[in-house]
Design a protein around this ligand. Structure first.
Ligand SMILES: [Zn+2]
Length: 320
C-alpha cells in the first residue's frame, strides 16, 4: 500500500532539505556500501516517507543510475504499486498497529528470491507502529537480511522502537530545513502568501509537510485557537477546568501534538519556572500519551482533555 503523505510526483524525488541525505545514500549504493537495514528517523511532518519512497524506487529501477528513471519496467510496476520485489508495510486500513502476522508475512517476502531483478526492498512505515511481538519477529531478518535485500524503517518516534531493532539498523536522522527553505517550499507548494506560510510553519513547529497538511485541511485557524489556549494555560491566564472545556472539541492526536509543541517551545527557551524537571516530566507524560494514542489506545472522550489541561496548568511560565 502507498502512504498517504507521499506526493503524487513521478518519478518520486526527495524534498529539497533531504537532498544531502539522498545523495549520500545513492553514493553508498553506487559504491556497493549500502547497509542492509536503515532507520530513517526524525520528527513527523518532514516527509521522511517520501524520501524513503524515492530511494526505494531508485533501488528497484532497472537503469544504472541510483535515481529512478521513471519509465523502465520496474519503475512502471512501482508506479502502479504492483512491483513484486517491493513491499510497503504499514498498518492495515482502520488500524494503527502493525501486528506479528503482517511482519511474519513481510519476512517471508524478503526471504524469497527476487522475481524481477536481484534485490528486494521492504519499507516499514511507521516502524514504531510495530507491536513488540512484531518487532521481535523482525530481528533475525534485520541482522542477516538475505541476498542483496534492503530493509528501510521509517519512524517519527524512533525512541519507541525496541533497542534491539534500533541497534541492528544504520541510523539516518532527517533534520528539519532552515526557516527560509521551509517557507520557500511551503509558499510554492501551497501557492500562498509569505505570512500564511509563516503562520502555518509556526503552528507546525517548522515542519514543512505538517504545515502543508494544516493548510490543505483548513485547520490553521482552529489550531491557532488551540495554540492560544495552551499559551494561556501555561501563562496562568486560564485554569485547568476552563481549559479542559475548551479542549474538549479537538481530536486527541492533534491535542497531544500541539500541547507538546507549546510546552517544548517554553522548555527550549528556558521560560518555565525552575526550567525544570517537572516540565520535562510533563513532556514525558504527554509523549507517552501520544505514543499510546498512536498505537490505537482510545481515551475516554473527556478524560484526555482534562488530563492535558491538568498537566499544563502545573507548569508556569516565568514572569507571569
Ligand atoms: Zn526505472
Amino acid at each position: 500500500m502507498m502512504p498517504t503523505d507521499v506526493a503524487l510526483q513521478w518519478p518520486p524525488a526527495p524534498l529539497p532539505w533531504q537532498e544531502g541525505i539522498y545523495q549520500r545514500l545513492c553514493r553508498a549504493d553506487r559504491a556497493g556500501k549500502l547497509p542492509h537495514a536503515l532507520l530513517l528517523s526524525g520528527a513527523s511532518g518532514l516527509g521522511k516517507a517520501q524520501l524513503a519512497h524515492a530511494f526505494a524506487t531508485g533501488l528497484m529501477c532497472n537503469e544504472t543510475s541510483p535515481e529512478p528513471c521513471g519509465h523502465c519496467e520496474s519503475c512502471g510496476l512501482m508506479k502502479a504499486g504492483s512491483h513484486g520485489d517491493f513491499r510497503w508495510l504499514a498498518p492495515e486500513e482502520g488500524k494503527r498497529a502493525i501486528g506479528i502476522d503482517a511482519v511474519r508475512a513481510a519476512v517471508g517476502f524478503v526471504q524469497k528470491t527476487a522475481a524481477y531483478g536481484t534485490r528486494k526492498v521492504l519499507l516499514i512505515e511507521p516502524a514504531e507502529a510495530m507491536t513488540a511481538q512484531a518487532a521481535n519477529a523482525l530481528l533475525k531478518t534485520l541482522e542477516e537480511p538475505p541476498g542483496s535485500s534492503v530493509i528501510l524503517l521509517v519512524s517519527s518516534q524512533a525512541g519507541a522502537l525496541i533497542a534491539t531493532v534500533r541497534s541492528r539498523c544504520q541510523s539516518i536522522v532527517v533534520a528539519p530545513p532552515g526557516p527560509d527553505q521551509a517557507q520557500e517550499w511551503l509558499m510554492a507548494e501551497a501557492n500562498c502568501a509569505p505570512d500564511q506560510a509563516s503562520q502555518a510553519l509556526t503552528l507546525a513547529d517548522g515542519r514543512p509537510v505538517a504545515a502543508l497538511n494544516l493548510m490543505t485541511t483548513g485547520e490553521v485557524a482552529g489550531l491557532a485557537e488551540l495554540s492560544a489556549v495552551f499559551d494561556r494555560v501555561l501563562s496562568g491566564g486560564m485554569d485547568s477546568s476552563e481549559a479542559a472545556q475548551a479542549l474538549g472539541q479537538y481530536d486527541h492526536g492533534v491535542l497531544l501534538e500541539l500541547a507538546l509543541h507549546s510546552l517544548d517551545k517554553d522548555l527550549r527557551r528556558g521560560a518555565l519556572v525552575g526550567a525544570n524537571p517537572a516540565g520535562f516530566r510533563c513532556r514525558d507524560r504527554l509523549q507517552a500519551l501520544l505514543a499510546a494514542h498512536q498505537r490505537g489506545i482510545n481515551f475516554a472522550r473527556d478524560t484526555l482533555p482534562a488530563e492535558v489541561a491538568r498537566l499544563l496548568a502545573q507548569q508556569r511560565v516565568q514572569g507571569m
